[in-house]
Write a protein that binds this ligand. Structure first.
Ligand code: NDP
Ligand code: BG6
Length: 484
């Protein structure tokens, strides 16, 4: 259900944790970009909140510094920044205590959309939800935005859902997975459902396998204590890679509307097979000359947490029976590269004979960087010498194809926050989706914990452990190279 009664040209967005890392790095710069693009209503107000003893001017000064630090230098023109800062206010509140709530309430306007962003540790979510409701800051149309991690396992996710739903209905809760706000991730749906070309082939009869890679060059330094409790499975697979897999594998929703899309994603998650330990490779990066090892970054010399994971996943439904999905993500890898590869099967019979060579089509969707799609097709190799076949790319880099506008693509956070204001939940996870994802993830994690499995070491700057390559080789397949 989406409320259409309150005009979105007046909104109060409260950011709990307004002085924190996420607010400074992503939320405030994202809102600034919207303002600079002329898309923030005059009557919009952004109220930072935290325990820090600062006033509105202090919050504006902090935000000015954050914009200077986290926006590209060409973006933060001072006049525009001044204009943006006028929308900002601050309320000092310790969300576990009683003080400050009345002052914050006094800043909220009747007739404005109210959104409360929980950019604080998840252990504080319940405190905020309870106080917002019982102290009358939130009404029935107010929205809350909840950051990841949404639980640590199924039990904690259920407890969190139960705690939030004591005070808010599902249509008021916006669970962020910032991958869903990425322009190219949304493009996945456009490519699938706005083109007739691919959909008839989008099934186990024609697709040999799918690869989803999210490789990062960064390590876990600076957030080792969080990451060491989490690992790649909880930090990336249970949410971001799962969402990508859902968008690739789901049936066409009837409409591009919240519950139509989320119902279809949920069906995919529920159709995932359990993954045997033999189909999972976990890795941990080593220093390899420069930088620190995972164990040093995590400050835990005995850690068994994985900074890399590769796995083979099967979906038991009519569309995908027999087509494996290979997922891979890791820190400190050779290059930052997120892409999805749809590898089609070979033609059933080659009329050109074995000497021509057999080829198959491949569709690559590059999520970041260098966003675009690349379709490899087979043609005759030019020149004399008979019919020899060769693969060539039909490559479309969005920035080239769409011109300068393509460089202005909104960042995930700015799009998602504006969707909250508009009351559109399509790109947010529903409670049952998150729980289903944990229900699939938990036994996999338990499998390696029960086996006291050590992650495989891999060199920083590599493509991950050798065993991840073998996971594909043993099926007669290969990963796409991790390259810049
Ligand atoms: P930080 O530790 O940097 O910031 C925490 C914020 O919460 C600060 O503004 C802090 O301000 C405030 N805070 C802490 N305790 C209280 C309290 N009792 N009452 C009111 N405010 C309080 O965390 P992050 O910004 O990194 O993360 C915030 C959330 O976003 C977490 O849930 C995290 O998991 C999630 N997240 C973060 C990402 C990131 O890149 N940083 C990425 C994805 C998710 P003060 O001390 O002044 O009270
Ligand atoms: C976050 C994870 O959710 O996503 C991080 O907690 C990861 O570990 C990040 O680095 C990746 O996001 P992006 O947008 O840089 O691909």
């Amino acid at each position: 259900m989406v409320s259409r009664t309150i005009p979105v040209d007046t909104f109060d967005l409260v950011i709990f944790g307004g002085t924190g890392d996420l607010a400074r790095r992503k939320i405030l710069p994202g809102l600034y970009r919207r303002y600079a693009a002329g898309q923030m209503p005059e009557a919009a107000r952004i109220i930072g909140s935290a325990r820090s003893e600062i006033d509105a001017d202090g919050f504006r000064a902090m935000t000015r510094e954050a914009l200077a630090e986290f926006l590209p230098s060409s973006r933060g023109e001072s006049e525009t920044v001044d204009g943006f800062l006028k929308h900002l206010d601050y309320a000092q509140v310790d969300v576990k205590g009683d003080a400050g709530w009345e002052e914050l309430k006094g800043k909220l306007r009747d007739g404005a959309v109210r959104a409360f962003y929980f950019s604080v540790a998840p252990s504080l979510f319940g405190d905020i939800a309870e106080r917002l409701k019982t102290r009358g800051l939130a009404h029935d149309e107010s929205r809350i935005v909840v950051e990841k991690p949404f639980g640590h396992d199924l039990a904690t996710a259920k407890a969190l859902n139960a705690s939030l739903s004591t005070y808010f209905t599902e249509h008021q809760i916006y669970r962020i997975d910032h991958y869903l706000g990425k322009e190219t991730v949304q493009n996945l749906m456009a490519i699938r459902f706005a083109n007739l070309l691919f959909e008839p082939l989008w099934n186990a009869q024609f697709v040999d396998h799918v690869q989803i890679t999210v490789a990062e060059t960064v390590g876990v330094g600076g957030r080792g204590s969080y990451y060491d409790q989490s690992g790649a499975m909880r930090d990336m697979v249970q949410n971001h890679l799962m969402q990508l897999l859902c968008l690739i594998a789901m049936e066409p929703p009837a409409r591009f509307e919240p519950d139509s899309v989320r119902d279809e994603k949920l069906k995919v998650i529920r159709a995932l097979d359990p993954v045997p330990l033999a189909d999972v490779v976990r890795g941990q990066y080593e220093a390899n000359g420069s930088g620190k090892s995972y164990l040093e970054d995590a400050e835990n010399p005995r850690s068994l947490t994985e900074s890399f994971i590769a796995m083979k996943v099967r979906i038991s439904n009519w569309r995908w029976q027999g087509t494996p999905f290979y997922l891979r993500t890791g820190k400190r890898m050779r290059a930052r590269m997120s892409e999805i590869v749809i590898r089609f099967k070979e033609t059933p019979h080659s009329i050109f004979g074995p000497e021509a060579g057999s080829k198959s089509n491949e569709l690559t969707i590059r999520l970041q960087p260098n966003e675009g799609i690349d379709l490899r097709v087979t043609i005759k190799e030019p020149g004399p010498g008979g019919m020899r076949l060769v693969d060539v790319p039909l490559d479309m880099t969005f920035a080239d194809a769409l011109g300068p506008d393509a460089e202005e693509v909104p960042e995930a956070y700015e799009r998602l926050i504006m969707d909250v204001i508009r009351g559109n939940q399509t790109l947010f996870m529903r409670g049952d989706e998150v729980e289903a994802a944990w229900a699939w993830t938990d036994p996999i994690i338990k499998g390696w914990e029960d086996a006291h499995q050590r992650p495989e070491p891999y060199d920083s700057g590599s493509a991950g452990p050798e065993k991840a390559l073998e996971l594909m080789h043993r099926d007669g397949r290969r990963w796409r190279e991790v390259r810049a």
